[in-house]
Design a protein around this ligand. Structure first.
Ligand SMILES: C[S@@+](CC[C@H](N)C(=O)[O-])C[C@H]1O[C@@H](n2cnc3c(N)ncnc32)[C@H](O)[C@@H]1O
Length: 309
């Protein structure tokens, strides 16, 4: 859906001096496309993963001073822009979730298909690992996480097995967890939807990285950095992410006027105009070419006027 992101952001990025922020730099594919497609624009790109910044830094080196990369969690965007002396930006892109690099690097522990230390931190310099979550959280909390972030129907069964096993020996590697989930699930549950460990791994990753609470702060913060006429595009891969994005953009696109006013004063008018009807989905060909694109949902909006969302 890269092409569609570029189309959504494009009208805001034609003027010289336009600034576009890629909040999820990853390996720099989207950033590179932004720099190539909009030669008048300057890029600020963030990632919380230092390895991503290193690799993308090499890729974007030919663009010289047009690209500024920062190690930051994306809810820190206003501080990063403050430090750079950039008061307002014309475009913001989020491509949420894990990068293919994080999934492919076995020792990061994101993938259930390979045995690795149970880490899953996008920023390996901070926070709790997946093993610490699994070994120390109360059972009820683990059940909530698996249910909410993983939509795992068998959460209680899996957590009972985890708690029993962690008392014998704490978890430190992924293969033991995968094996335990396989053993804990009833036959019928094993037959549906690929590897039975997938949902538990997703849930742990979301918890370890505080993904939803960060996103809840980051989307309004990003919208509030947009200049009038600036545009935002967000690619989500999970219904909870998409719901958060939808709430913020829809609220910004709604008038806050009390009912019954004959003329709606400027201060109550919507701050945003939605650029997508509902969430846009990837085309069938895109999913055929890249399985990881299947759950993608794209939403975009344009800033119409000043005033916080
Ligand atoms: C799906 S990848 C982005 C891929 C990128 N668009 C590309 O073309 O390579 C998501 C990236 O966002 C980063 N990320 C996830 N949550 C983040 C957060 N809260 N703050 C900063 N970076 C984050 C991850 O480390 C990962 O590198």
């Amino acid at each position: 859906m890269l092409r569609r992101c570029l189309d959504l952001l494009g009208p805001a990025l034609a003027e010289p001096g336009a600034v576009v922020v890629d909040c999820t730099l990853g390996l720099g594919g989207h950033s590179e496309a932004l720099l190539r497609t909009f030669p008048a624009a300057r890029l600020v790109a963030l990632d919380r993963d230092k390895e991503a910044l290193r690799l993308a830094g090499e890729r974007l080196a030919p663009f010289g001073e047009r690209a500024t990369l920062a190690h930051a969690v994306y809810d820190e965007l206003p501080d990063v822009l403050d430090r750079l002396g950039v008061p307002r930006v014309q475009g913001v892109l989020f491509d949420l979730g894990v990068s293919s690099m994080q999934l492919d690097e076995a020792d990061r522990g994101f993938a259930y298909a390979q045995d690795a230390p149970l880490d899953m931190r996008m920023d390996q310099t901070a926070g709790m690992s997946a093993a610490e979550v699994l070994n120390t959280y109360p059972p009820g909390e683990l059940v909530r996480i698996l249910r909410t972030y993983g939509e795992e129907k068998q959460a209680r069964r899996i957590v009972s097995a985890v708690v029993r096993e962690r008392e014998k020996e704490p978890f430190d590697r992924s293969a033991r967890l995968v094996e335990l989930i396989r053993e804990a699930l009833p036959q019928a549950a094993k037959r549906t939807g690929g590897n039975p460990a997938k949902r538990t791994f997703q849930a742990l990753r979301i918890e370890v990285n505080g993904e939803l609470s960060v996103l809840e702060r980051a989307i309004p913060a990003a919208v509030n950095t947009l200049a009038v006429g600036g545009r935002i595009a967000v690619l989500s891969y999970h219904s909870l992410e998409d719901r958060l994005v939808k709430q913020v953009l829809s609220a910004g696109a709604t008038s806050t006027a009390p009912p019954g006013l004959p003329v709606v004063p400027e201060r109550y008018q919507p701050r945003l105009k939605l650029l997508t009807r509902g969430a846009e989905l990837p085309a069938e060909e895109e999913v055929a070419a890249n399985r990881r694109a299947a759950p993608a949902r794209l939403r975009g909006a344009e800033r119409l006027r000043e005033g916080a969302v």
